[in-house]
Every structure is written in structure tokens, then in C-alpha cells.
Design a protein around this ligand. Structure first.
Ligand code: KG4
Ligand code: ZN
Length: 345
């Protein structure tokens, strides 16, 4: 991992230009002191990837190349700043699609080199968690975090802004991945999580009984069996010419995933004595998960922080937020920074 302990300058106010290109959004933002958004630009490629039912890595890289200059310039413009006015450049360097990450990493390295500003490498999931610092001024570690996205489903102890310990994780599919694959079987376009969420509002969450995985570690998850069950259910019904109540299947699937995530997370919070908790990642936008977790945490006297919907999905503001804390702890990269497709928290 690229972590260089260098002499860290103390800024009266620190403005960070952040870049995020780990998947299918080209994003740039300017964030002040890790908590205040001065600009936040997201150029999504979803319409194009939708045609193929998922993200096509080569297309993602090309679109990042085409958009990055305009997106970064727009972020600076919206913040009414020039490159010279920012104090540091931050970038997501892992995990994600390697070709996509490389576009952001190389562009950020170029900006840092040209401007003489420090370069701050940020782990994508740590960024997702930091979205909470922007939305909630009073949130401070320690707390327990549930990060659920297209690639991760992790329960983590966050002991300070840059120290994370994973105590539970998915053994197979991530929650978002399961949402997207189940959604595809239900006939929804990519990315399907949001469509399941919408359809579920008109369905009966108790109509279809779906399996709940057993795991040795009580804080781990496993969503692949649940996903396969939905795919088989639709497939078998189609073969028999039977109709599937898609709204109720969406509601049942969503209810089951939200129940698994929230019950194991609340159990972990209780077992480890946490009174503060946070939710993060694209799946944090799910209405059932937000509602269920809020209710269950309230019952147990746990204060729960959730980012607003617009900060749940991929964006660069969350990267700018985490970068501020990374910088404070001395995590600065040099020109040898490379992108990594996988990287533990
Ligand atoms: O964090 P994110 O934007 O990208 C990754 O880092 O993976 O997460 C994307 C995932 C997708 O699987 C998407 O379907 C899911 O988050 N998602 C949702 C909702 N909105 C986005 N899943 C369930 N309900 C939603 N409302
Ligand atoms: Zn993400």
C-alpha cells in the first residue's frame, strides 16, 4: 500500500480536489476540511452499460478518459476555484476496475505533479463510509459501520478516521451484486437495485419465502444462494408458463436482504457494545434497509447515521472527505502510486 509518512502541513482550512473513477461514474469534487462540499460533479455512464446488462470495463475506461478533464474542470468551476487554490489532490486508487481506476490515478498524479500539491490515495470503501462525515457533523469514531455496495458487504469497527477492522463480510456475492443479479432475473435493467426498491413498494414482502444463509461467523453474510433461489424461481415459473408476481418477489427479496444485513449488524453492535453506528455504500440507498436498520437501532438505543441518497452511490465528495483524514494521519503518495483492483480495508 502506498502510504508515505511525510511532514504534514497544518492548514487553517484545507480544500481538497478529489477524483473518483473506480467503476462507472466519472466524478470530481472539492471538499473543505473533510466535511463541507464546495462542489460535487458526477458524470454517469449507466445508460451505456445498461445496453450490456452490466459494466463493460473497457467502455468504462474509455468514457473516463473522455470525461475526466471536463468533470474536474467543472468541479473547480463550481467551487469557484483554480487548481492553484486547492491544497491537495485526492484520488480513489483501489479497489475497482483496474483500467477505470488508472484513469483517475494518472490524472490525479499529473495534477499533483504539475501543481506541486500533495497527492492523497483513498480506498473506495473508506470513502463510502466518509460520506457520513459530510452529512453528519457530529459523527466521530469510534462506531460500527455496515458498508454495502456492488462489491462489498462488510461490518467494520471504525476506531478512528483511518483505522478499520473487518469483523464480518460476505463470503460470496456482495449485497448490491445480489440485488443486480436478482433484478436481472426479474426483468429489470442494470443496475437493478433501485428498480427492486421501486417495485417492492407495490408488493407483499411475505409472499415468497426465500432462504437465509447460515455462516460460521455470525457477522458474515452470504447472498449467492438467495440470489440463485430468485433466479431459479423465475426460470421455473417461466418454463411452466406460470406468472410471477414480480412486485412481491422484489419485496420479498428486498425484505430478506435487509433483514439479514440489519439483524447481523445490530447483533454485532450489541455484542461489541457499540452505541453509535453508520451505514454506507450504494445499497444504503435502499428504502427497506434504511427503514429496518433505523427502527432496530432505535429499539436497542444505538444512534444510527445514514448518508442522504445522493451521497450513497459513487461520488468524489466522499473521497475528498476521507482524504482529509488520511492526510491528517500522514497518508500521502508520491508519483509511484498505482491503482489496485483489490485491496483489503
Ligand atoms: O457503492 P456503489 O454505488 O458502487 C460500488 O462501489 O459498487 O453501489 C452500487 C450498488 C449497485 O449494486 C446498485 O444496484 C445498488 O448499489 N443500489 C441499490 C439501491 N441503489 C443502488 N440497491 C438496493 N436498493 C437501492 N435503492
Ligand atoms: Zn462504490
Amino acid at each position: 500500500m502506498y502510504e508515505y509518512k511525510i511532514s504534514i502541513r497544518r492548514y487553517r482550512v484545507m480544500k481538497i480536489l478529489a477524483i473518483e473513477t473506480s467503476c462507472d461514474e466519472t466524478a470530481a469534487a472539492v471538499v473543505e476540511d473533510g466535511r463541507k462540499i464546495l462542489s460535487n460533479i458526477v458524470a454517469t455512464q449507466i445508460e451505456e452499460h445498461k445496453l450490456y446488462g452490466g459494466v463493460v470495463p473497457e467502455i468504462a475506461s474509455r468514457r473516463h478518459c473522455e470525461s475526466i478533464v471536463a468533470v474536474v474542470n467543472e468541479a473547480l468551476e463550481q467551487a469557484q476555484m483554480k487548481l492553484d487554490d486547492v491544497d491537495a489532490i485526492a484520488v480513489t486508487y483501489a479497489p475497482g476496475l483496474i483500467g477505470a481506476l488508472l484513469v483517475g490515478v494518472n490524472y490525479a498524479k499529473g495534477l499533483a505533479l504539475a501543481s506541486g500539491k500533495p497527492l492523497i490515495p483513498v480506498h473506495h470503501i473508506k470513502g463510502h463510509i466518509a460520506a457520513n462525515y459530510i452529512a453528519h457533523e457530529d459523527l466521530k469514531p469510534p462506531y460500527l459501520c455496515l458498508a454495502a455496495s456492488g462489491g462489498h458487504s462488510h461490518i467494520m469497527k471504525v476506531s478512528d478516521y483511518t483505522t478499520f477492522e473487518t469483523i464480518g463480510r460476505t463470503l460470496d456475492d456482495a449485497a448490491g451484486e445480489a440485488f443486480d443479479k436478482a433484478a436481472r432475473a426479474m426483468g429489470f435493467s442494470y443496475p437493478g437495485g433501485v428498480h427492486i426498491d421501486k417495485a417492492a413498494k407495490n408488493g407483499d414482502p411475505k409472499k415468497y419465502k426465500l432462504p437465509r444463509p447460515k455462516t460460521q461467523n455470525p457477522y458474515d453474510f452470504s447472498f449467492s444462494g438467495l440470489k440463485t433461489n430468485v433466479i431459479n424461481l423465475v426460470h421455473n415459473a417461466n418454463q411452466k408458463g406460470e406468472e410471477v408476481d414480480i412486485d412481491s418477489l422484489a419485496a420479498s427479496f428486498q425484505y430478506t436482504v435487509a433483514d439479514i444485513l440489519s439483524s447481523r449488524f445490530v447483533q454485532a453492535a450489541e455484542d461489541f457494545g457499540y452505541k453509535t453506528a453508520a451505514l454506507a455504500g450504494g445499497v444504503a440507498a435502499n428504502s427497506a434497509l434504511r427503514g429496518m436498520l433505523t427502527e432496530r437501532c432505535e429499539k436497542k438505543g444505538i444512534k444510527l447515521y445514514i448518508p442522504p441518497i445522493n451521497l450513497c452511490g459513487d461520488n468524489a465528495a466522499m473521497i475528498g472527505s476521507q482524504a482529509y483524514f488520511e492526510y491528517q494521519s500522514g497518508n500521502v503518495a508520491d508519483g509511484s502510486l498505482n491503482a489496485m483492483a483489490t485491496l483489503a480495508l
